[in-house]
Design a protein. Structure first.
Length: 291
C-alpha cells in the first residue's frame, strides 16, 4: 500500500509540473496571438489599398489586359502553396489543412504529374515527403511574426513558376483565422488574376478614372506581381495568426486536462491513504484483542 501511495504522489507531482509548462506555453501563445492579430489588422489596410488600385486599373475601360498574370491558360498543371507550422502542439491546425489538401489532390487530379506542391512549414514538408510527393519548393523556420523579406523568396518563386508556365493556376492553402477558438481551411486561387475576380473583391467600389503614365500595361507589369505577392503574404500572416490561436487553445486544453487528472489522482490518493489508515487501525485493534 505504501508503494502505491508513493506512485500516486509521484504522478500528482509530475502532472503538476506538466500543467505549469502547458500553462506557461498558453500564455506565450496568447501574447503571440495578440501581436499577430495587430500585425494582420495593420497589413490589411495596405492590402486593401493595393487591391483597390489593381481593381481600378484592371476594370478601366481600355480593353482586356495582355499581362500574362491575367490570361487564363488551359489548366494542365496546378500549383498548391501549402502553409503549415514547423512543429506540433497546435491541436488540429496542421491535420485539418493537410487532410483538405490531400482530398483536393485525389478529387481533382489523376496523378502527381498534374500538380506541384510548394510547402511553407516543416510539418507540411515532412508530410508530403513521407508520402513520396515531390516538392517544388519548401521553406522552414519562419519567425512567429514573419516579415515580407522572410517570405519573399517562396512568394517570388511561386510567381516566377507561374510566369514560366510551370503551372497554370496557383492555390494558396491555409487556415484562416476567425477568432481565438475558430479557424477554417481556405484554398484560395491567387493566380491567374482575372477581371471577374477583381470585380468580386471590390464589387461595392466604383472604378476610379486614372490618367496613366506611361501606360496601363506598363503599370500592370509592375503592379500585378506586387499584388500577387501581397495577397500571398497576407495569407501567410493570416495562417500564422491561426497557428498561434490553435497553440493557445491546445495548451489551454492540455492545462485543463492536467488539472482534472490531478483532482482525480488526489481523490485516489486520499482513498488509498484512508484505506491504509483503516487497515492499520484494524490490525492494532486485532492485536489488542488477542492480548
Amino acid at each position: 500500500m505504501g508503494a502505491s501511495l508513493s506512485e500516486i504522489k509521484a504522478r500528482i507531482a509530475s502532472t503538476e509540473k506538466t500543467s505549469h509548462i502547458t500553462g506557461a506555453m498558453q500564455m506565450v501563445s496568447a501574447a503571440k496571438l495578440q501581436k499577430s492579430e495587430k500585425i494582420a489588422k495593420t497589413y490589411q489596410i495596405y492590402a486593401d489599398k493595393v487591391r483597390q488600385v489593381t481593381t481600378d486599373l484592371v476594370a478601366a475601360d481600355r480593353g482586356p489586359s495582355k499581362n500574362p498574370m491575367m490570361i487564363k491558360r488551359p489548366v494542365k498543371k496546378t500549383g498548391y502553396l501549402v502553409i503549415t507550422s514547423d512543429r506540433g502542439l497546435v491541436g488540429g491546425y496542421n491535420s485539418n489543412i493537410l487532410k483538405s489538401v490531400m482530398n483536393k489532390l485525389r478529387e481533382k487530379h489523376q496523378g502527381p504529374e498534374d500538380y506541384c506542391i510548394l510547402a511553407l512549414g516543416g510539418v507540411g514538408a515532412d508530410f508530403f515527403r513521407s508520402r513520396k510527393i515531390k516538392l517544388s519548393y519548401e521553406l522552414r523556420g519562419l519567425t512567429d511574426q514573419p516579415s515580407f523579406e522572410e517570405v519573399r523568396e517562396i512568394v517570388g518563386h511561386a510567381v516566377s513558376l507561374y510566369k514560366k508556365e510551370e503551372f497554370d493556376q496557383l492555390y494558396v492553402c491555409y487556415n484562416h483565422h476567425i477568432n481565438s477558438l475558430t479557424s477554417e481551411v481556405h484554398m484560395q486561387r491567387m493566380l491567374p488574376i482575372t477581371f471577374d475576380e477583381a470585380e468580386e473583391v471590390e464589387e461595392t467600389v466604383a472604378p476610379v478614372s486614372f490618367e496613366l503614365e506611361p501606360s496601363r500595361e506598363a503599370i500592370l507589369d509592375q503592379l500585378l506581381p506586387q499584388y500577387a505577392e501581397s495577397m500571398i503574404y497576407g495569407a501567410i500572416v493570416d495562417a500564422k495568426t491561426a497557428e498561434h490561436a490553435a497553440g493557445m487553445s491546445a495548451m489551454r486544453t492540455a492545462t485543463d486536462n492536467a488539472k482534472t487528472l490531478i483532482n482525480d489522482l488526489t481523490i485516489q490518493y486520499n482513498r488509498a491513504r484512508q484505506a491504509a489508515i483503516t487497515q492499520e487501525i484494524t490490525e492494532i485493534v486485532a492485536g489488542a484483542s488477542a492480548l
